[in-house]
Design a binder for this molecule. Structure first.
Ligand code: ATP
Ligand code: MG
Length: 229
């Protein structure tokens, strides 16, 4: 994974429909995100936010238009090069049937225990490692963990990956207000110099974002800065 480097996105008139779906999930969407910019994407359920993220990570490819990363179409990036550019926290974080350490190392295979410990502390997950430490077995799907713990492991994994583009799909959903504030502060600190896109339903933390976009029916309906919206 490449630490450092810039990531700028130019999304031009993209459209996308899921297979066998009559309605497109994203239509005629254009968005430019400059290197180092922090933006939030809001919008009702089903407006296409997660789909946009899927298109940015190439889980799916656009049907129309194009996405440029640092001026180069996403389709021309090799998969490893693309992975090195992005850290992603999906809407549903997957916890593997493995130790806490191995679940974190997915983001940064070479990180030492001290680095993992300090990231867990930042995430407010110290309690998780009190009993069995980094060797604690998490179980398939993270059965023994709360939803908020699973999500924070996903954020820790992404931050350890340390890529120039950070994509987060509702990272603080289900967290209490104090924990949410703490996580947003960490994201803001560690996201400095990186390009950050946060999808959220929550209004807390929007004051820290450079720009806010609202999606509706697969497109960008509004844009502005807090509290202008
Ligand atoms: P939420 O706030 O609930 O997470 P969202 O804005 O992320 O919503 P998307 O998940 O992008 O919305 O969904 C956009 C549209 O695409 C919806 O109509 C949804 O039903 C549809 N959709 C999402 N995923 C799939 C899929 N894998 N196959 C078919 N249709 C899908
Ligand atoms: Mg979603």
């Amino acid at each position: 994974p490449a630490a450092g480097g810039d990531a700028a996105l130019e999304i031009g008139n993209i459209g996308f429909s899921y297979p066998d779906q009559p309605q497109p999930a994203v239509t005629d969407l254009s968005l430019r995100v400059d290197a180092g910019e922090h933006i939030a994407i809001l919008g009702h359920t089903g407006s296409g936010k997660s789909t946009l993220l899927q298109l940015l990570t190439r889980a799916w490819d656009v049907d129309r238009g194009q996405i440029l990363l640092n001026g180069r179409p996403l389709t021309l990036w090799s998969e490893p090069a693309l992975r090195a550019m992005m850290s992603v926290v999906p809407q549903r974080v997957h916890i593997f049937n493995a130790t806490l350490r191995d679940n974190l190392l997915l983001g940064a295979p070479k990180a030492d225990d001290a680095r993992l410990d300090s990231m867990l502390a930042r995430m407010g997950l110290d309690k998780l490692r009190e009993k069995e430490g980094l060797d604690a077995w998490l179980g398939e799907g993270g059965r023994q963990l709360s939803g908020g713990e699973q999500r924070r492991i996903g954020i820790a994994r992404a931050l350890l990956h340390d890529a120039p583009l950070l994509l987060l799909d509702e990272p603080t959903e289900g967290l209490d207000a104090a924990t949410e504030r703490r996580i947003l502060d960490v994201l803001h600190q560690l996201g400095r110099g990186k390009t950050v896109i946060i999808i959220t339903h929550r209004l807390q933390g929007l004051d820290m974002m450079d720009k806010i976009y609202v999606m509706d029916k697969g497109g960008i309906a509004e844009q502005g800065t807090h509290p202008a919206l």
